[in-house]
Design a binder for this molecule. Structure first.
Ligand code: GUN
Length: 300
C-alpha cells in the first residue's frame, strides 16, 4: 500500500477556531456580551496544568471571557462544590470545565453531577450522557475528544458510515463510550474492545475505522491494522527518547507518541492521525465550539 494520508488535526482545528472567532464577533455585536468559559483545576499535576493553560489561552483567542480557578491539592470537596455552584449561578459563565483527574479525596462523580447540564461543555453530566446515548444530539453537549475525533473521521469518509466496521480500543466514559455512540449515530457497526478482549489483534484487523484510546504507548502495531483502514489515535503518551540526548538534570529527553505505532500503521492504513497534531488540537477546538453553542442558546 502507498503511505497513508496524514490527517492534519491541527489544520482542521484551526479552521474551527476561525469559525468560532467569527461567530463570537457576531454574537458580541448582537448581545454586547462574550461567551464565558470557566476552567477549574485542583492540584499541580503538570500535564493537567498544560492542558488547562492551553484551554484558557485558546478561549481568549476566540474572544471569550476566560476564567481560571486554580485550587490547591488539599481543597475540600465542599469548597470545590461551592465553586461549581457559584459558576452555575453566574450568568457571565456559559461553560464550566473541571479538569480531571481530581485528587483522591474528592468524589469526581459528585462534582460532575453538580455542574449545570446546560453549562457542561465537557459533556460528562449524566443528562448529557443520556442525551447522547438516546440520539438526542441536538440537545447534547458531546465530550470534546470523541466529538473532535469524529470530525476527523468525517474529513476522510464523509457523514454516513453505513456498512463500515468501527472498532474502538478503550472503554472510558470520556472517550471510548461516547465515541461508540457517535459512530453508531453515523450508522457504523461498532465494537468496543478493551484489556479483556480475546484476540484483540484479530478484532482490530476487522476495523475499517480503528480508534485507539488505551493510554499505552505505541501498543497498536502494524499487525492490528487492516489495509485501507482509517486510524484515529487518541493516545498522548510521553516516553523517554535517549536519541534526543539528555536534559540538564541528566535524565533522557522525552517525546510524545500515541497508542498506535505510526510508522508501522501508516504502511497499512488509508489515513491516520499523527501524535502530536491529530486529535489533541481538536479537543480544544471542540471545547470552544461547545462553549459558543452554550452562549448562543442563552442568547436565543
Ligand atoms: N482530563 C483529560 N481529558 C479531559 C477532558 O476532556 N476534560 C476534563 N475536564 N478533564 C480531562
Amino acid at each position: 500500500m502507498a503511505e497513508a494520508k496524514r490527517i492534519d488535526g491541527k489544520a482542521v482545528a484551526a479552521r474551527i477556531i476561525e469559525t468560532v472567532k467569527a461567530s463570537t464577533e457576531t454574537l458580541k455585536a448582537k448581545t454586547g456580551t462574550a461567551p464565558g468559559l470557566a476552567v477549574v483545576i485542583v492540584g499541580e499535576d503538570p500535564a493537567s496544568q498544560v492542558y488547562v493553560g492551553s484551554k484558557a489561552k485558546t478561549a481568549k483567542e476566540c474572544g471569550f471571557t476566560s476564567i481560571k480557578h486554580e485550587l490547591d491539592a488539599e481543597t475540600s470537596e465542599e469548597t470545590l462544590l461551592k465553586v461549581v455552584r457559584d459558576l452555575n449561578a453566574d450568568p457571565a459563565v456559559n461553560g464550566i470545565l473541571v479538569q480531571l483527574p481530581l485528587p483522591k479525596h474528592i468524589d469526581e462523580a459528585k462534582v460532575i453531577q453538580t455542574i449545570d447540564p446546560d453549562k457542561d461543555v465537557d459533556g460528562f453530566h449524566l443528562i448529557n450522557v443520556g442525551r447522547l446515548s438516546t440520539g438526542a444530539l441536538a440537545e447534547a453537549f458531546v465530550p470534546c475528544t470523541p466529538a473532535g475525533s469524529m470530525l476527523l473521521v468525517r474529513e476522510v469518509l464523509g457523514d454516513d458510515l453505513s456498512g463500515k466496521n468501527a472498532v474502538i480500543v478503550g472503554r472510558s466514559n470520556i472517550v471510548g463510550k461516547p465515541m461508540a455512540q457517535l459512530l453508531l449515530a453515523a450508522n457504523a457497526t461498532v465494537t468496543i474492545a478493551h484489556s479483556r478482549t480475546r484476540d484483540l489483534q484479530a478484532v482490530c484487523r476487522g476495523a475499517d475505522i480503528l480508534v485507539a484510546a488505551v493510554g499505552r504507548p505505541e501498543m497498536l502495531t502494524g499487525d492490528y491494522v487492516k489495509d485501507g483502514a482509517v486510524v484515529i489515535d487518541v493516545g498522548i503518551n510521553r516516553i523517554e527518547a535517549p536519541e534526543k540526548g539528555l536534559k540538564e538534570d541528566g535524565t533522557p529527553k522525552t517525546r510524545l507518541v500515541g497508542d498506535v505505532n505510526y510508522a508501522e500503521a501508516s504502511e497499512k492504513a488509508a489515513a491516520i492521525t499523527p501524535v502530536p497534531g491529530g486529535v489533541g488540537p481538536m479537543t480544544i477546538a471542540m471545547l470552544m465550539a461547545n462553549t459558543l453553542r452554550s452562549a448562543c442558546r442563552v442568547a436565543g
